[in-house]
Design a protein around this ligand. Structure first.
Ligand SMILES: [Zn+2]
Length: 118
């Protein structure tokens, strides 16, 4: 069992993106992060995807172009913005199409005594 605090983060050594300290595989660059036997023996936690949104857009005109910015924001239960990040920028011209997918992946954290409710 990992002793890492739920929500603890670190930088991926390959791409420097901030990821969960408990991650065995970087969700950004897909590099494996742990090769020690303990990590390999440990069963992979069951990942769930409580949110996934996907959509495709196509540039509708015959001339000109769209410049686009992909922005993801995260709000807490008080409606306060706790994260706002530009994921990508680009341009679309006649016939161009882009598909965007937002997914929230979650893993159950095995609670220690502190997290157990009776
Ligand atoms: Zn990475």
């Amino acid at each position: 069992m990992s002793s890492v605090r739920p929500g603890a983060t670190r930088a991926c050594p390959h791409c420097q993106v901030t990821i969960l300290a408990s991650a065995n595989v970087c969700p950004a660059c897909k590099h494996h992060l742990r090769f020690d036997s303990a990590a390999l023996e440990q069963a992979q936690p069951t990942a769930v995807v409580p949110l996934k949104v996907e959509g495709t857009i196509r540039y509708p005109e015959l001339e000109g172009a769209w410049e686009y910015t992909v922005v993801v924001t995260v709000h807490n239960d008080k409606g306060e913005e706790i994260r706002r990040q530009v994921i990508d920028v680009g341009a679309m011209r006649r016939g161009d199409e882009r598909r965007f997918t937002l997914s929230v992946e979650a893993n159950e954290v095995r609670a220690g005594r502190r997290g157990v409710r009776h």
